[in-house]
Design a protein around this ligand. Structure first.
Ligand SMILES: *[C@@H]1O[C@H](CO)[C@@H](O)[C@H](O)[C@H]1NC(C)=O
Ligand SMILES: *[C@@H]1O[C@H](CO)[C@@H](O)[C@H](O)[C@H]1NC(C)=O
Ligand SMILES: *[C@@H]1O[C@H](CO)[C@@H](O)[C@H](O)[C@H]1NC(C)=O
Ligand SMILES: *[C@@H]1O[C@H](CO)[C@@H](O)[C@H](O)[C@H]1NC(C)=O
Ligand SMILES: *[C@@H]1O[C@H](CO)[C@@H](O)[C@H](O)[C@H]1NC(C)=O
Length: 491
């Protein structure tokens, strides 16, 4: 009985998480070289890009990291067995580059790969995790994007184990390095991500290098994230891939589509990575990337990922809770028709989609226009153009603790009292993980195994003691009895 209680007590202690580097409490923001430049990168280009991040004031808004994607390293390791930067592209070396950028207030990040070769065929980290992590740390990098090209292990568990090896190797360096894993979502990384990495890619890439992104690819990326909000939170985020904003990425997208893309990525709490040539960026594209009120939603300290909270036909509402009880919402019209007569859709957001009583007044603010639209109760209706979005913040007139506890995936299925029929929360999945800190977290396997051994050892010890005690008692009883019998005989 005592044993059972002990075991239950031990089992109820929250198990330590595999990754607890306290980094990425909000989604990471920065610049990645890949969709902008492919493998054609060098130190001049990187320093110039850092200069643009600064003088376009992007760094002030939080984009203060440059990640060198595939193409920075050589095909083979150096004679010392270490990964090495391509000496033609980076003649001063990566330590000098990270120092130089550091002096400009910009951090340096790198791409790595868990397989035998990177996607582009350079040397990769399989079997060299510790050495490579030490090398990265010695160069002063702050972020590792760890890809899964040419992986040796093809099954989901194997993919996870490879990612865990680099997690532990980075931890051993003692340096703060944000760890971003990328298997394009194939191993369902959201199921284990928060114990392994600071972000995990949930989808395939939204575009190929140098190729314009299509609206379909943006929508596919979005759809793949419906229902995944519940797996993320401070320290670990669903990564929906780079922002497809700026030429040539968004060449085929309309301004409405670009605004939808940015608002939805910001509300879903995806890391926000620019990946366009800043030498050529247009004012319009820059304006969207610099939408500071949407960036504030993305970086909100509560860290609740947004999710799909209502859908009817091609109209959707994505929402999230902000610290202090407010909500950020994107009302999206996915419809498209050649006939401009059918261009617009009227979408109504009801307060019960947001966990609020209908009669509470709330201020509605347009996040792109940075303009208050007025005080509303019960609902807010707006006409949204095809492929466009209305991005708003709703601030309640009073505050209740329960407002901060609301999560966009905690909504149930209800009958709408308004004119829009039935709404449903699409965020529920059948998966049932133990809940920790309000986030669903799969128990870390190795830790669970270690805890199992500790419990087993304790059991053996307790049983041993009990048996020993029992034996001792029986013996002394026997001795007493014998003494009694002898005493009786002499009497
Ligand atoms: C992670 O580390 C922080 C700071 O050291 C600590 O407050 C927190 O409890 C840790 N979380 C877990 C799950 O170990
Ligand atoms: C901004 O920085 C870039 C890169 O260093 C430089 O080429 C450009 O002239 C700068 N522009 C201004 C206006 O300072
Ligand atoms: C390494 O992991 C331990 C335990 O989870 C944690 O306390 C520590 O902060 C980590 N160190 C780094 C550099 O991530
Ligand atoms: C759609 O809405 C826009 C802006 O609200 C308006 O200019 C346009 O006339 C509307 N189109 C139709 C067909 O109602
Ligand atoms: C929106 O709320 C108002 C009351 O504030 C109500 O009169 C109206 O019918 C509601 N609209 C819908 C579409 O539910």
């Amino acid at each position: 009985m005592g044993l059972l209680v002990l075991a239950a007590l031990l089992a109820s202690v929250p198990l330590a998480l595999g990754l607890n580097n306290t980094l990425a409490q909000t989604p990471t923001m920065g610049f990645n070289t890949w969709t902008a430049f492919g493998p054609d990168i060098d130190e001049q280009l990187v320093i110039q890009t850092a200069g643009f991040l600064n003088n376009l004031t992007l760094s002030k808004l939080g984009y203060n990291l440059i990640v060198l994607d595939d193409g920075w390293s050589t095909k083979e390791r150096g004679v010392d067995g270490r990964l090495q930067a391509d000496p033609k592209k980076f003649p001063s070396g990566l330590k000098a580059l990270s120092d130089r950028l550091g002096g400009m207030g910009i951090q340096l990040g790198l791409f790595g790969d868990s397989g035998t070769r990177t996607c582009g065929g350079a040397a990769a980290s399989y079997g060299h995790e510790e050495l490579d992590a030490q090398t990265f740390a010695s160069w002063g990098i702050s972020y590792l994007k760890y890809d899964n090209c040419n992986s040796v292990k093809k099954d989901k568990q194997g993919v996870r184990e490879q990612f865990e090896l680099m997690r532990d190797a980075l931890n051993k360096t003692g340096r703060n390095i944000v760890y971003a894993i990328d298997d394009w979502g194939v191993s369902n990384p959201w199921e284990y991500g928060i114990s392994v990495a600071n972000s995990w890619r949930t989808t395939a890439g939204l575009s190929d290098t140098g190729e314009p992104a299509s609206w379909d690819s943006i929508i596919r990326g979005l759809d793949n994230n419906a229902g995944l909000g519940r797996f993320a939170g401070p320290g670990g985020w669903n990564n929906m891939d780079f922002l497809q904003i700026g030429e040539p990425l968004s060449e085929e997208l309309t301004m409405d589509e670009i605004r939808s893309h940015f608002a939805l990525w910001a509300i879903a709490k995806s890391p926000l990575f620019i990946s366009t040539d800043l030498r050529q960026i247009t004012k319009d594209a820059l304006g969207v990337l610099m939408s500071e009120e949407l960036i504030a939603v993305n970086q909100d300290p509560l860290g609740t990922p947004g999710d799909l909270i209502w859908k009817q036909g091609s109209d959707e509402i994505w929402g999230t809770g902000l610290k202090g009880g407010a909500r950020a919402v994107a009302m999206l019209n996915r419809h498209f028709d050649e006939d401009p007569l059918f261009d617009n859709s009227s979408i109504t957001l009801h307060w019960h989609h947001l966990g609020w009583e209908p009669n509470m007044p709330a201020t509605v603010r347009d996040l792109y226009q940075k303009k208050d639209l007025g005080l509303f109760t019960n609902n807010f209706t707006v006409v949204v153009p095809d492929h466009g979005v209305m991005a708003i913040k709703l601030t309640p007139s009073k505050f209740a603790d329960s407002f901060d506890a609301w999560r966009p995936w905690d909504c149930g299925i209800e009958t709408d009292t308004g004119t829009h029929g039935v709404w449903a929360c699409f965020s529920h999945t059948a998966l049932d993980y133990p809940k920790l800190f309000g986030y669903t977290i799969p128990i870390d396997k190795t830790v669970a195994a270690a805890m199992g051994s500790v419990i087993a050892l304790l059991c053996v010890a307790v049983v041993g003691l009990a048996v020993g005690w029992r034996l001792a008692v029986t013996r002394s009883r026997k001795a007493y009895k014998k003494w009694g019998e002898e005493a009786g005989q002499t009497a």
